[in-house]
Design a protein around this ligand. Structure first.
Ligand SMILES: [Zn+2]
Length: 266
């Protein structure tokens, strides 16, 4: 019985490792246990590697890309992945990584290990996976009008950062946000929308208190609303606050410009 348990335990440890093949591997040690993630190389990178001959495979320039077991991905490394994907998107050089049948099968059998939790607006002009050029199993995304952080969004973020162990949480606002604009202008809304947009009211009031008007007021309220969601995440969630203080998770904000696709990191 003891022997059987030992074999089972050894097998489960072995199952966490895989031979270094096509794709790079990184690990998360963040919350005390070890999860391996594979990001298959894009076709372009693979071709580059083949052209380079039979020598070392060309791997993306990431600190954990050596193929060996690596220490945890830090918040900054996760941010770097986002910035690299967004740079490809802006340059019109998307690689559409992790969108293969192999990736579907892998994330089905081994589970999801996204590297970032994102609260974004539902606005159809902010397609999150596209603007960061990522694929299946990469981004844990909460989309809600006005990128607010109320009970459901906070709980979902706790699941992303605390259970799935994403080292980064991003609140992503965007220019011309209809939800924020409606609150700033005091538009009449019905149904369940008042309970949704009341999360935006403190941000709108802070922006108005600065004496701004017109487009400048709306834009400032949008920035304030990103900060409001971050505040709501950290003040209403002990778990997120604890993870942030421990340095294992960073909670940051950004503004996506629907005019040109650019991102202002706040
Ligand atoms: Zn919006």
């Amino acid at each position: 019985m003891l022997y059987a348990n030992a074999v089972k335990s050894f097998r489960s440890i072995l199952a966490r490792f895989r031979p270094v093949g096509i794709g790079h591997t990184h690990s998360h040690l963040n919350r005390g246990f070890f999860v391996m993630c594979d990001h298959p190389l894009s076709r372009r990178t693979l071709l580059t590697g083949m052209v380079a001959g039979m020598g070392a495979l060309v791997l993306p320039k990431l600190p954990w890309a050596s193929g060996a077991a690596q220490p945890s991905m830090t918040p900054d490394q996760a941010l770097q992945l986002l910035k690299e994907g967004h740079a490809r998107f802006m340059a019109g050089k998307t690689e559409r990584p992790n969108l293969t049948p192999q990736r579907i099968a892998e994330t089905f059998s081994k589970g999801q290990h996204p590297f970032v939790t994102i609260i974004s607006c539902s606005d159809s002009r902010v397609p999150v996976e596209h603007i960061f050029d990522r694929g299946i199993g990469d981004l844990f995304v909460i989309r809600v009008a006005g990128n607010v952080a109320d009970t459901d969004e906070i709980g979902t973020t706790e699941y992303g950062a605390g259970h799935l162990m994403t080292p980064l949480v991003l609140v992503l606002g965007h220019t011309k946000c209809g939800a924020v604009t409606a609150v700033v202008k005091g538009d009449q809304v019905g149904g369940s929308i008042p309970q949704l947009v009341d999360n935006i009211v403190p941000a709108a009031e802070r922006a108005k208190a600065k004496g701004l008007t017109g487009d400048a007021l709306i834009l400032d309220a949008i920035r304030e609303n990103v900060q409001q969601s971050i505040n709501d995440l950290l003040t209403r969630s002990q778990e997120l606050s604890h993870l942030q203080h421990a340095g294992t998770v960073k909670v940051i904000g950004a503004l996506y410009r629907i005019e040109d696709g650019a991102i202002e990191w706040l």
